[in-house]
Design a protein around this ligand. Structure first.
Ligand SMILES: [Zn+2]
Length: 281
């Protein structure tokens, strides 16, 4: 499918575009939850306020050159910055390899960007932005119409189904925690929002499930959500085995983001493998 001479140029562009988008996603993920503008001012060190020079702001390389510390005050810069940039670059490259130069590339690129955003804001702020979950659902439905992936009706059904499924899990989780009298301890810095953590599964996760459905369609959405539960459970078990007492909430958004991104590439394959397996039982 990718044979013409232009392909390497397109893939290079896709990867570099991903690095740049990743850099922008870092800005959004850091500023929007704090209610700051994403346009002004330019990037500055959160500790000392010194503006970051364009040279130090180059995706991934900037962080490596600075060895993860601010040039003026030596405050550490989160490793999430280069990780987000590099992952977005690689994910866009993978999307380009899969879709070639077609409108489907933008469908994949937008979905992957939303997953990266959900991952970072949920890790740092215990928050999935409505513009990611609700905005993403609307964008996914619109793109399904334009690109035919996965088709408007399948996208709509998958979005509604995933939303209702997560609503149900949330209701069960609330009832379970209440019946057991479990009080979920708010993480450090989020004490004022302790009430929001008592549901086990946040509203942000429920709304993000709809976004996964809208972009992935029924089969892949099932595969993606299943993988997120599996990854979440494995992580939970690892934490328990290490002997820690797990009283703090674990953000589920990162698992959904990883499950969703994996399903974008391998969801159909997994779904077909599962369906065929059914024939031989
Ligand atoms: Zn500084």
């Amino acid at each position: 499918m990718l044979t013409d001479a232009f392909t390497p140029v397109f893939l290079l562009f896709a990867g570099l575009f991903g690095l740049a988008v990743g850099s922008f996603l870092n800005v959004v993920a850091w500023r929007v939850p704090l209610g700051k503008s994403i346009v002004r001012p330019g990037s500055a060190c959160p500790s000392c306020g010194t503006p970051i020079s364009p040279r130090d702001n180059v995706p991934v390389l900037g962080w490596i050159i600075l060895r993860g510390r601010c040039r003026s005050c030596r405050a550490p810069i989160s490793v999430l910055y280069p990780v987000v940039e590099l992952s977005t670059g690689l994910l866009f490259l993978a999307a380009g390899l899969r879709t070639g130069m077609s409108p489907l590339f933008f469908h994949h690129a937008l979905f992957l960007s939303l997953m990266v955003l959900a991952l970072r804001t949920d890790l740092e702020h215990f928050l999935i932005l409505d513009s990611v979950s609700i905005g993403g659902t609307v964008a996914g439905l619109g793109l399904s119409f334009l690109t035919g992936a996965p088709g408007f009706v399948p996208a709509l059904l998958a979005a509604a189904g995933a939303f209702l499924f997560f609503l149900l899990i949330r209701a069960f989780s609330v009832a379970y925690l209440k019946s057991r009298n479990v009080r979920v301890e708010a993480p450090e810095g989020f004490e004022e929002e302790e009430e929001d953590f008592q549901s086990g599964l946040g509203w942000g996760d429920v709304k993000l499930a709809a976004c996964l459905g809208a972009f992935l369609g029924p089969g892949s959405a099932v595969a993606g959500l299943f993988m997120s539960f599996l990854a979440g459970a494995l992580y939970g078990v690892t934490v328990l085995l290490r002997g820690g007492r797990r009283t703090k909430p674990i953000p589920f958004g990162p698992f959904m983001a990883i499950g969703g991104a994996t399903a974008l590439f391998f969801g159909n394959w997994l779904w077909n493998a599962y369906s065929n397996f059914g024939h031989y039982r």
